[in-house]
Write a protein that binds this ligand. Structure first.
Ligand SMILES: *[C@@H]1O[C@H](CO)[C@@H](O)[C@H](O)[C@H]1NC(C)=O
Ligand SMILES: *[C@@H]1O[C@H](CO)[C@@H](O)[C@H](O)[C@H]1NC(C)=O
Length: 227
């Protein structure tokens, strides 16, 4: 009995979902100047759809019936797949980010709808690490390493010698992770720092060699101590 109820429930649910959204959950990610395809979950019907209509922020991008009516702003940027309702959008700009809605009227049967969010990102370029102090003495000096990059930055990660850096007594991060504070630097702070800047369409890693001098002028050279 339980099994039957469960099966009925699943059937109802899948029916509801089918009626609810003919686009995948999303969001879609696209890079500025690139192309995205909003693919529907539909198979080409035996008899062509009566009408397909794509909308974005109150603009009717295209309505396709026996003829196509295309918004002038999209004239050379879109291609509609009449068989599935899928839409290709080219030459993306940041302003293309937002929710797209689709309405399809099949030849017989109920109207179908879909909605999907597109996020547009500027690719990450020019990632570099900047440091504040020139000469660092262990346990005496402090420094800040700042990771800079152009583009839509979604996240930053700091690594030292290939390992993710954990915040602690001597190490902290700015709220957006753009700066790591080393206060003070220790002999163990010496090494190669990496900052990985990324967004859903791109990533870049910047390297920085931090040299920490020992406070005892007679101490052994770094290489012998730490390799
Ligand atoms: C590091 O940044 C913090 C916060 O901006 C600042 O207070 C501190 O003086 C900086 N330290 C160095 C060594 O530049
Ligand atoms: C900052 O970095 C930590 C650890 O690397 C990560 O858990 C956190 O999500 C990051 N925050 C931001 C705003 O990128």
């Amino acid at each position: 009995m339980e099994k039957i109820i469960w099966t009925l429930g699943m059937l109802l649910l899948s029916d509801l979902c089918a009626g609810q959204n003919i686009l995948p959950p999303g969001p879609l990610s696209g890079a500025v100047a690139d192309t995205v395809v909003f693919s529907t979950t539909l198979r080409p019907p035996a008899s062509p759809f009566l009408s397909i209509s794509w909308n974005f922020k109150g603009v009717n991008i295209i309505t396709s019936t026996s003829t196509n009516i295309i918004d002038p702003g999209y004239a050379n940027r879109i291609t509609l797949d009449r068989a599935t309702g899928s839409l290709e959008l080219r030459n993306l700009v940041l302003q293309d980010g937002g929710e797209y809605t689709l309405t399809i009227t099949p030849d017989g049967g109920l109207q179908m709808q879909g909605r999907i969010v597109l996020n547009v990102y500027t690719p990450i370029t020019g990632a570099t690490i900047r440091s504040t102090a020139a000469v660092l003495i262990e346990e005496k000096s402090s420094t800040n390493l700042t990771c800079e990059a152009s583009g839509s930055v979604s996240s930053r990660e700091w690594m030292k010698d290939g390992h993710l850096i954990q915040a602690g007594d001597m190490i902290s991060f700015s709220a957006d992770n753009s700066t790591v504070f080393l206060h003070p630097v220790l002999s163990s702070s010496h090494g190669t720092y990496q900052c990985r800047v990324s967004n859903p369409v791109s990533a870049q890693t910047a390297d920085f060699q931090l040299t920490v001098n020992c406070k005892n002028p007679l101490c052994a050279p770094r290489k012998q101590l730490y390799l």
